[in-house]
Design a protein around this ligand. Sequence first.
Ligand code: KG4
Ligand code: ZN
Length: 342
Amino acid sequence: MKPARILAIESSCDETAAAVIENGSLLLANTVATQIELHKKFGGVFPEVASRQHTLSIYPVIEETLQNAHLCWDDIDAIAVTRGPGLAGSLVVGFNAAKGIALARNLPFIGVNHLEGHIYSSWVRPANVDRFTPPEFPVMALLVSGGHTELNLMEDHLKYHRLGATLDDAAGEAFDKVARLLNLAYPGGPSIQKAAEAGNSSAFNFPRAKMDGGYDFSFSGLKTAVLRTIKQLESEEKDIPTADMAASFQAAVVDVLLAKTLAAARQYQVKSIVVAGGVSANKALRTAFTGQGEYPVHIPPLFLCTDNAAMIAAAGYFRFINGHIDPLDIDVLPNWPLSRNQ
Ligand code: KG4
Ligand code: ZN
């Protein structure tokens, strides 16, 4: 049978990305043009700057991806693109590029939820990986990105049941905000991880919130606890032990994420755990999940943890083979919740 090849585009935040995936798994090409350096001076993503940079990068990124895959447009069977959630001005750049290609090439057009995409990064098989096992259903999926923290029971492809989500800050957002409090560079996650390497994770006993048996999360109290500690130390004219604070904060986040995921995995008797989203790049989180020994755990390689189009292509493939093709007159959905079946 002829392989199905999906070309996907992702431009929901500050990365302009394209990728081609064959049969929902094998990664033929993956291009990410990051804007991190552009936004660093603002201490976070500046939406207008982001969308204009996407406009500049989108065409070369798509061209480079096709070239690296050694393919031409005739080899592509469908176009997938991030529909949301994300920054509206950033989303429309990739979204309209994908619509234009679908129209010009008469290809099926598939809008993909960005969060669904993150989960599907565990179905992506990089070309240099020989032995690859996709997650076995039912899956407990922990999604930890800059904007979302969710636990989803995934019974089968495209079938999600959201068990809980953050009531305030997302895990990545907490990393970014605490990094700012500690005067560490944007993006905060990698900076905290780096600072934490030299720190003692039990130096401060920061709160582990919402350990009430439910599956919702809350990280704003933890952020406030860090702020309060800094203010206290400052009022005593003491130095801020950045490394110890970073390590203790990171440990508190990891503890909560692991405990809730394991509890949910046990309750719903899943066969595997998937950890996805930018925060899944965190070394301490990866070590904690891979070390638990109770469930097979799938965490994507680092280059697939943060935003990329390979994950959108993988999710797009399963939408494609299940007949979820979208018309060309649909809008982006900046606040599309994962649990809504659209
Ligand atoms: O998934 P992602 O690239 O974008 C969104 O969809 O939001 O996630 C970005 C988030 C940021 O908050 C960033 O600080 C966090 O992922 N992040 C990390 C690490 N790398 C990225 N957090 C903790 N440790 C890391 N190594
Ligand atoms: Zn993301």
